[in-house]
Design a protein around this ligand. Structure first.
Ligand code: IVH
Length: 671
């Protein structure tokens, strides 16, 4: 291949890979298989090996991370990164509004309200549309250069999309870690015996401020954009709401929760609604940012020294509290792992009473030096189990009277089997002969996100195990009416219901079944990937380490757990027995119901009112159809919401079927 051809192809590949990264990481709707994606990347890597000058900073191959540096260099921000006035009192928001109405001489002011992300504020500079530098906030004037690190975050566009781009633009946003990512990272770190992060914010900061960007690349970070700080060579939008839309158009991830608020009352309502929804968001937020929408009004309101007069952070109640450790108990999980748990004097943390907090493992207890009787600071993040952040020293007298340091028991507190140390963790060696492991495993098997067997919660599992009716998963499918009626909690009706629920669980989707097995390191996400890739339990059980690690998003650790699980004869026996008892999970591409959308591809454009994009996609897929992001000859049908984009025009030109959202719902039998 000559240089010109290579350069042309590299350019095409950049655009193509960027598009798929965006579809995968920002829109959550990939349109090609992992194998096809990997092939594109490999082709680009080969070209860049031949012609290294083509490995430009905006190449998708730059997302892997580079050799470590000695310390992060400083960098001056294009514009000072201001801070926000903040309050937790809605009354202060009313005063803020009163001041502004006076200055602007207006009856009511148009605000925008949006989540205040609890992450790390970052400035990104794009020159001619290409990411040129990234820096942390630092002291507001000078920050740390984290350019190579930011490049590894897949939701950061390396090149802005669209036309008429400014020659120079500075974007502000927040780098954060989702709660699921945080949980998973801490799990991995505990597994390896490394210290855990106290909260997602620390985890994001620690991951971003790495000298070795390869470490950053391995961390589940996301970047949410919320402000264009300055732009040269193009006008700025007239309002913040238009600015957010523009950021989305340029390819940034913009959180969808923002809202226009006519008047401060709406903004305060937004704050209290979001406070309610806080625990169900995928990431941590610590309040709401309320800002004047119009740029002209902002200019008229002006600035103070370090913060604008036109913006206010209305924060939520903090989720950290201090309390006393009454006892350190040891809990046995479904994998046999022993977890030290601090039993606390109950305390209200942001509206929830907390009486226990995880201490992760023995190493963590020692590192934090937590003992019975200590005062500790605890923190609750989203729906994550509360954690002990640190010990709060209690003065010279108290320090002298502290109890002995904690140590792990040498036998399982439940079944008395020997305890084994594996890396940083301790495990009960009893397997399912340990009643606690069996019970936890059964509860997980039957839980809502696994096989969803109604009526098989903690109490009934306890009863069935204690009466010796089940000692592994297969026994569940051998239960009879007589078995159940012999137990105090069951009558005719409840026994019948439970048996029916067990019967129905035999044909649940394969990913649910894989998740239900409780394989170490296999959460719902990994289970879905494995189900899609291997299609049946037999094929998954037969997969080699090489085949497993070849799957996108599956690392050696997960692959090791999967192959270890199926390599164990005891597990294979139970799986064979279940299959003989009629447990046949539905393969991923043949959901149980009818498939009226089979072979049809849907494209969505514009804003849907009743559905999110993800819900719409799910409906199409459940009915056997596919979803694409671009309109072509093979598009079966275009669904147009409000303000449809160019896809709509193209669909008209091609003479395709165009449906409204309501028509789509009717077609899908949802109306
Ligand atoms: S707007 C003029 N919007 O909260 C300041 N800030 O001191 C413009 N933050 O570290 C900032 N989420 O970076 C804005 N949606 C959001 C935000 C947000 C988080 C950060 C900000 C700063 C802190 C406030």
């Amino acid at each position: 291949m000559d240089f010109d051809a290579a350069a042309r192809r590299a350019k095409e590949l950049h655009a193509e890979i960027d598009r798929h990264d965006h579809l995968y990481y920002v829109e959550d709707s990939p349109v090609i298989s992992d194998t096809a994606y990997d092939a594109l990347r490999q082709e680009l890597e080969r070209i860049e090996e031949l012609f290294p000058v083509l490995a430009t900073p905006d190449s998708p191959t730059m997302r892997v991370g580079a050799e470590p540096r000695s310390s992060l260099p400083g960098v001056d921000h294009l514009m000072p990164m201001l801070s926000l006035d903040s309050t937790t009192e809605p009354e202060a928001a009313l005063e803020f509004d009163a001041r502004l109405r006076k200055i602007l001489e207006k009856e009511t002011i148009q605000y925008t309200a949006e989540p205040k992300f609890d992450g790390l504020s970052v400035e990104l500079v794009f020159r001619d549309g290409v990411l040129a530098s990234a820096s942390t906030r630092g002291n507001g004037t000078t920050g740390e250069d984290v350019t190579p690190n930011l490049r590894t975050i897949k939701s950061v566009p390396l090149r802005l999309r669209g036309r008429g781009l400014p020659a120079l633009v500075s974007i502000r946003g927040e780098t954060l870690m989702t709660l699921a990512g945080f949980r998973e990272l801490n799990r991995r770190m505990t597994e390896r015996g490394e210290g855990v992060f106290a909260n997602p914010r620390n985890a994001a900061a620690g991951s971003l401020r790495q000298l070795d960007s390869r470490i950053t690349a391995s961390r589940p970070l996301a970047f949410y954009a919320y402000e264009i700080m300055t732009a040269e060579g193009a006008g700025l939008p007239a309002s913040h709401s238009e600015e957010l839309a523009l950021l989305g158009g340029w390819g940034f991830l913009v959180d969808a929760h923002w809202q226009k608020c006519p008047g401060i009352g709406e903004a305060i309502r937004f704050h209290s609604n979001l406070a309610e929804a806080r625990d169900s968001l995928p990431f941590e937020i610590d309040g709401v940012v309320i800002q004047v929408d119009s740029r002209r009004d902002r200019a008229a309101a002006g600035m103070k020294t370090r913060s604008p007069r036109w913006a206010l952070a209305l924060k939520f109640q903090p989720r950290r509290e201090i309390t006393t450790v009454e006892e350190i108990a040891v809990q046995v999980g479904r994998t046999g792992k022993l977890t030290p748990v601090a039993l606390l004097r109950p305390v209200d943390v942001g509206g929830v009473t907390v009486s226990r907090a995880t201490l992760h493992n023995a190493g963590e207890v020692a590192r934090k030096d937590i003992r019975r009787g200590d005062m500790v600071r605890i923190e609750r993040a989203g729906d994550v189990i509360p954690a002990v952040v640190e010990r709060v020293p209690s003065g010279p007298a108290g320090e002298k009277r502290r109890e002995k340091p904690f140590s792990m028991p040498s036998t399982c507190p439940v079944c008395g089997s020997a305890v084994e140390e594996e890396g940083a963790n301790h495990y009960c060696t009893g397997g399912i002969s340990c009643p606690m492991q069996l019970k936890r495993g059964m509860e997980h098997f039957a839980s809502r996100d696994a096989l969803d067997i109604e009526g098989l919660g903690e109490k009934n599992v306890e009863l069935l195990v204690d009466h010796g009716l089940i000692s592994d998963f297969a026994d569940l499918f051998r239960l009879t009416r007589e078995n159940l009626l012999g137990l105090e909690r069951f009558a005719d009706k409840s026994a019948e219901n439970l048996l029916a629920a067990i019967e129905a669980s035999k044909r649940k989707p394969l990913d649910k079944f894989i998740f239900a097995l409780g394989i170490r390191n296999v959460g719902e996400h990994v289970a879905r990937i494995l189900a899609a890739k291997f299609g049946s339990i037999d094929r998954l059980a037969a997969a080699t380490m090489d085949e497993l690690t070849a799957v996108r998003d599956i690392g050696p650790e997960v692959a090791g757990s999967v192959s270890g699980f199926f390599g164990e004869e005891r597990n294979m026996r139970v799986i064979r027995e279940m299959s003989a008892l009629g447990v046949v999970p539905a393969p991923p591409d043949s959901p149980a119901g009818p498939r009226p959308f089979e072979g049809r591809t849907f494209v969505f454009t514009g804003t849907l009112e009743k559905l999110t994009r993800a819900e719409a996609k799910r409906i199409v897929q459940d009915l056997g159809g596919g979803v694409s992001s671009s309109v072509g000859k093979n598009t079966g049908c275009v669904v147009a919401g409000a303000d449809p984009g160019s896809k709509y025009d193209k669909a008209v030109k091609l003479g395709l079927d165009i449906l409204t959202e309501d028509e789509f719902l009717r077609l899908a039998g949802r109306k």
